[in-house]
Design a protein. Structure first.
Length: 258
C-alpha cells in the first residue's frame, strides 16, 4: 500500500540562524528550503528542512539513512526549537532533515542523485528523538543501564580491517571516568543484542554491506559541535560479538532483551 504525502512549500521566512549549518569535522551543509509534509495514511504533519552537504555522506558505499541520524539530530536540535511556533501553526508533530547530493561518477555513463531523510519527534524540552528508524530506541539491559538510541554509523578503525557498524547511545547523564566500567558492561550487552540484530538486518537489506566488526558508542553533547564520545569495539566470530563472558551470562543478557 502506497503512502500519500502532500507537500506545502513555505514561502514565508522560516527561522534558521544561517544559510549554512556547520557539522563536526569542518563539514558544512547548505540550506535549500523548508516544506510542510502531510502523510495521507497517518495524518502526521512534518516540517522538513532540505539541505545539500558539501561532503559525501556515503564514503563506504550506500548505507541506511540512520547512518547519518546523529548529524541530522544535531541539526534538528538547533533548528527545530527556532520553529516551534511554525510547527504549532501547521500542527506539525515531527521535524525531518533531508539532504540530497550527487555521488562522484564511477565507471558508469550516468550518476544518480541520492538522499537521506530522518524524521524526529520534538519533546517539550526541545530534544529531538528518532521517530522511525533503527533498532530499539530504549533497549532493556540486564545491568539496568537505560541507554537511548541516537543513531548508527558505518565506520572504519585503523586497528582493524574492513568496515564496522557502530550504534550510538545517550545515557542521559554526564559521562565520568568512574562510570566507565558500567559503560563497558552496557556496551557488551548492547553488542550481544541490539547491534547484532541490526547488523543482520542491514546485511540482508544492503547487499553491498559486509561488516567485519561491531562497536557501541556513548555520546554526550557538551555544546553544539562539542561531543564527548566513549566507544567500545568488538570483533566478530560467526556473526556474534566476541566477549569474555560465560555462555550462561550471554544467554541471560539475550533473554533480558527479548
Amino acid at each position: 500500500m502506497k503512502t500519500l504525502v502532500a507537500f506545502l512549500m513555505l514561502m514565508a521566512p522560516v527561522a534558521v540562524s544561517a544559510q549554512t549549518i556547520p557539522l563536526s569535522g569542518g563539514r558544512m551543509t547548505q540550506v535549500v528550503g523548508f516544506t510542510i509534509e502531510r502523510d495521507g495514511m497517518t495524518g502526521i504533519n512534518t516540517l522538513q528542512l532540505a539541505l545539500t552537504p558539501d561532503f559525501n555522506p556515503e564514503p563506504h558505499g550506500p548505507v541506511p539513512p540512520t547512518d547519518v541520524a546523529r548529524d541530522h539530530r544535531s541539526i534538528c536540535q538547533r533548528v527545530a526549537p527556532m520553529n516551534a511556533g511554525l510547527m504549532a501553526e501547521h500542527n506539525a508533530t515531527r521535524f525531518a532533515v533531508r539532504w540530497d547530493w550527487t555521488p562522484e561518477q564511477q565507471d558508469q555513463d550516468f550518476t544518480v542523485s541520492r538522499f537521506h531523510t530522518n524524521a524526529f519527534t520534538v519533546t517539550a524540552q526541545g530534544d529531538c528523538e528518532l521517530a522511525v528508524g533503527v533498532g530499539v530506541q530504549h533497549p532493556t539491559l540486564l545491568s539496568g543501564t537505560a541507554p537511548r538510541l541516537i543513531g548508527s554509523e558505518t565506520i572504519t578503525d585503523r586497528r582493524l580491517s574492513g568496515l564496522g557498524l557502530e550504534m550510538l547511545y545517550d545515557l542521559g547523564q554526564p559521562m565520568t571516568e568512574e562510570d566507565r566500567p558500567a559503560r563497558s558492561r552496557a556496551a557488551i550487552e548492547l553488542c550481544l543484542t541490539v547491534v547484532e540484530d541490526e547488523m543482520r538486518r542491514r546485511e540482508d537489506n544492503y547487499h553491498e554491506l559486509d561488516y567485519d566488526f561491531l562497536a557501541v558508542g556513548f555520546v554526550e553533547e557538551l555544546a553544539p559541535g562539542d561531543i564527548l564520545r566513549d566507544s567500545y569495539v568488538f570483533a566478530l566470530d560467526d556473526g556474534h560479538c566476541v566477549t569474555d563472558l560465560p555462555k550462561s551470562v550471554i544467554a541471560d543478557i539475550r533473554a533480558a532483551a527479548q
